[in-house]
Design a protein around this ligand. Structure first.
Ligand code: 13P
Length: 134
């Protein structure tokens, strides 16, 4: 499965801790991320991550284009709902595209925990069937 990882600055440490905790599961999948998020995760875990630009530089849109092409199976985007971002419209587009394409998406760690366990259990295997049809 292809997993996208993004975290706002105030949630990056949480994302790193999450990836440390679930490194064993995540290492069996293809990971991609926005720039700084991926750098921090890779440094902390040694996970192999394809890194795109920072969100503010268009990284959100790079991941959004993968979602539009059905090339992301799970998005974990740890958002900070309290701090407005200049590139918020891009983030809204990203989340919208997940809904357009029925991509499982977590915007906080509580949902991410459920999805990562579901991923391990095979609950997201239907994504492979969807992708075979493309
Ligand atoms: O800006 C982001 C989310 O919108 C994330 O980008 P970075 O991972 O480069 O900080």
């Amino acid at each position: 499965m292809n997993i996208g990882l993004i975290a706002h600055d105030s949630k990056k440490e949480l994302m790193v801790q999450f990836c440390i905790a679930y490194c064993g599961i995540m290492s069996h999948h293809n990971l991609c991320s926005t720039g700084t998020t991926g750098k921090l995760i890779a440094e902390a875990t040694g996970l192999n991550i394809k890194r795109f630009l920072s969100g503010s530089q268009g990284g959100d849109q790079q991941i959004a284009s993968l979602i539009a092409c059905n090339e992301i199976d799970l998005l974990l985007f740890f958002r900070d709902p309290l701090t407005p971002k200049a590139h918020e419209p891009n983030e809204t587009t990203l989340l919208r595209l997940c809904d357009v394409h029925n991509i499982p998406m977590a915007t906080n760690i509580a949902t991410a925990e459920v999805l990562i366990h579901g991923l391990e259990r095979g609950d997201l295997d239907w994504r492979m069937i969807v992708n075979q049809g493309l």
